[in-house]
Design a binder for this molecule. Structure first.
Ligand code: IVH
Length: 682
């Protein structure tokens, strides 16, 4: 992977992960499974490990709410925890049975005995017992290695600390931790009352509750366990799975009461149907039935293929669906300025969970499904994915309905909301003034590579924001006004307050590149900020030229685009920022508090043009004047308009006039455009 590819992918991941964080934390509506989310974060971490200098200020790894489970010790399972192959129809199940017979060299009419168990939608765990005592409990993790959540599991009433009666010297007992639908709804109600985040579904609630770093919190969460599988064992166990389930009950575990031994494979379809009908009425979420060959000796012979056993299969139910009306499409603004349309629905029960919202992802998705306010829509809840709108019932569409029109302005701040070419997401351009983005922006503003204000961390920013003291970056330099009140607040003492004020005071003088970086303009990371600062050298120059660059086709716009390293998308982001009048106002307000230090030009002392005074004249044929000027400056030269004694070199374009004459009089060296190209390394 090249550096450019890494930077590009980190940028994409930052946006993508932020969207998922937002969907999960703010909208209570994850768009992808936890595993897919973890994979995104792992990918981000892997690239950052290889290119640490490319870590972005808005990197997911730098945000609070670290990767889930970062705080637990890792545990290797003695026997890997695998997954199951899926069946979706009777034919898949028949093929599964045929495969078993072929593998075991059994005749086509040999009968196979199965145990059928509801497939609980929770998270699987592994409990290691030594001499009948629970010594360790772990999550499944990636199957080979999970997280040590022993202390949390011990708080659960359904996890026995000791096996009742005789037990093998060592045994790994596996099962599913879950939360009942009723417990889930009660927990969410309590979370709302306490101002805490709500969970998307019982599965997320169970996972979140089990992975608390403080077991005292887990203890307050209503978690349950059904035991259903065996890992490693030293000692004897029954010879059938049904016998093993009986043994689990005898040891003190709960086994799903709907689990049943089937006489033969022909009974599976009926069990599947029966359980499917019972599903919505069950107290907990299930998403299918697991069929396990009853004979453990046969299970051993069959073994595994890939990550799944040959002796078991999960026959999934179709997703649970319901119809309801779409009452409104509202726009949510995320912390990074992304606008996400959300469907507001007439409340409807989908498989036992009351649903009032569904994500619409983005405007393309709305257009593709032609979703309109007033429509009757079919919703579906599948696995741990939040409700999706499957399709619109066109025959029920009310007369006079109109297609959804994406907003042109941000509903949170009124700034222009733009959708860049080639992107699906529409974004608010009110970077500095949008309340939905303020806290995140301010955190970036004071971060290490930016204003680097000691003592002004994420917590304080949130606190001051909630108090109404911080609305934009300029307010940081007005915090002094709140000194007296701050002293009365919990956690603030004379010393910490004066340290903070001192730290802010010190940062009133700031280098230009840090200032530019701090603004949090998309794609303007620390490196690009330096590039810009070196090119424009002073705040005044940068500011005037950015304003001028907002005019498409202007020289300044061309010059911006031809700074080495500034691509068209970066140029677009900068001009978009400057087009918004409120951003300009916020910038002026901020600059008034500051002394912004000029940047130094790069010391390219060895370059042929370093320190030289250049003048261009006539029409350049192979490049624009701004591009030529930008390149000269990158190479350390100064470009002026008129020829004087101090001019070192005059570049002659076509039809050069008076300047060429003057150069000849003063004895100033001249070169042709071709020679200039050579010198400048074009
Ligand atoms: S047996 C080697 N039984 O489904 C077989 N799994 O897709 C191990 N699950 O990770 C799994 N209910 O989280 C088994 N009665 C059940 C189950 C069950 C739910 C989950 C479990 C597993 C996943 C596999």
């Amino acid at each position: 992977m090249t550096e450019a590819e890494a930077a590009q992918e980190l940028a994409t991941l930052a946006v993508e992960i932020a969207q998922h964080d937002q969907a999960y934390h703010e909208h209570d509506a994850p768009l992808i499974s936890d595993a897919e989310y973890d994979a995104l974060r792992q990918r981000n971490a892997a690239i950052e490990a290889e290119f640490p200098y490319l870590i972005r200020p808005d990197s997911p790894s730098r945000r609070v709410g670290a990767a889930p489970g970062g705080g637990f010790a890792k545990v290797r399972h003695r026997v890997p925890m695998l997954s199951l192959d899926n069946a979706f129809a009777a034919a898949d199940f028949t093929e599964f049975c045929a495969r078993i017979r072929r593998f075991l060299h059994q005749p086509d009419d040999a009968s196979l005995a199965f145990v059928a168990e509801p497939k609980i939608d929770g998270l699987s765990i592994n409990l290691l017992f030594e001499n009948g005592r629970l010594v360790r409990g772990a999550t499944r993790g990636d199957g080979a290695e999970g997280e040590d959540v022993t202390a949390n599991l011990r708080t659960m009433a359904t996890v026995p600390d000791r096996l009742r009666g005789d037990a093998p010297a060592l045994i790994e007992i596996r099962g599913e931790v879950f939360m009942t639908k009723a417990d889930f709804l009660a927990l969410n109600a309590a979370q709302v009352a306490a101002g805490q985040k709500v969970f998307a579904n019982p599965r997320n609630a169970a996972a979140g509750s089990l992975r608390q770093l403080d077991p005292a919190i887990t203890a307050t969460r209503p978690l349950s366990l059904f035991a259903y599988a065996l890992g490693d064992v030293q000692g004897s166990v029954p010879s059938t799975h049904s016998g093993y389930l009986d043994q689990l009950r005898a040891w003190g575990f709960e086994v799903n009461p709907l689990s049943r031994m089937l006489g033969g494979e022909a009974e599976a379809a009926a069990f599947q149907q029966e359980t499917g009908l019972a599903r919505a009425g069950l107290g907990y979420d299930i998403d299918g039935v697991v069929y396990k060959l009853n004979d453990l000796a046969l299970q051993r012979r069959l073994g595994f293929v890939g990550r799944a056993p040959r002796w078991a299969i999960a026959w999934k139910f179709p997703a649970e669906q319901a119809t309801t009306t779409l009452e409104d499409i509202r726009i949510q603004v995320g912390r990074t300025g992304a606008l996400t349309p959300v469907a507001w629905l007439a409340a409807v029960n989908v498989g036992g969970v009351l649903v009032t919202r569904a994500t619409l992802h983005n405007e393309d998705e709305i257009a593709r499904k032609d979703v309109r306010v007033g429509d009757t829509v079919v919703l579906q809840r599948a696995g741990d994915v939040i409700p999706q709108i499957v399709h619109v019932m066109l025959d029920r569409r009310p007369l006079g309905s109109t297609p959804f029109v994406p907003p042109e302005t941000c509903p949170a701040c009124g700034s222009l909301a733009l959708r860049a070419a080639g992107e699906v997401v529409r974004r608010c351009t009110g970077g500095l003034i949008c309340p939905a983005q303020t806290v995140e922006r301010l955190i970036h503003f004071v971060s290490r590579g930016a204003f680097d204000i000691d003592g002004l961390g994420e917590k304080s920013i949130q606190e001051f924001f909630d108090l109404g003291w911080l609305r934009g970056p300029a307010d940081i330099f007005r915090l002094e006004q709140h000194r007296a009140e701050l002293l009365t607040r919990e956690g603030w003492k004379e010393k910490s307050v004066s340290n903070l004020m001192q730290a802010i005071e010190t940062r009133r003088t700031v280098p230009l590149d840090r200032f530019i970086f701090a603004l949090g303009i998309r794609r303007v990371g620390a490196t690009n900020a330096k590039l810009l600062a070196r090119h424009y050298t002073s705040y005044a120059a940068w500011h005037t030229q950015m304003l001028a660059a907002t005019t498409v086709g202007s020289d300044e716009r061309l010059a911006l685009g031809s700074i080495l390293g500034v691509g068209p998308s970066l140029a677009d982001e900068l001009t978009t920022f400057f087009v918004e009048p409120r951003n300009r106002a916020a910038l002026d307000e901020l600059a008034a508090f500051l002394t912004i230090q000029d940047a130094e030009r790069p010391a390219t002392a060895d370059g042929a043009l370093a320190g030289k005074n250049l003048v261009f004249t006539g029409t350049l044929e192979t490049m624009s004047r701004p591009e030529a000027k930008a390149r000269a400056e990158i190479l350390g030269a100064r470009v002026t308009d008129s020829v004087s004694k101090r001019t070192d070199l005059l570049i002659l374009g076509a039809d050069a006039g008076s300047k060429a004459k003057k150069a000849a009089e003063l004895g100033v060296a001249t070169v042709t455009e071709a020679e200039w190209r050579e010198m400048a390394g074009f």
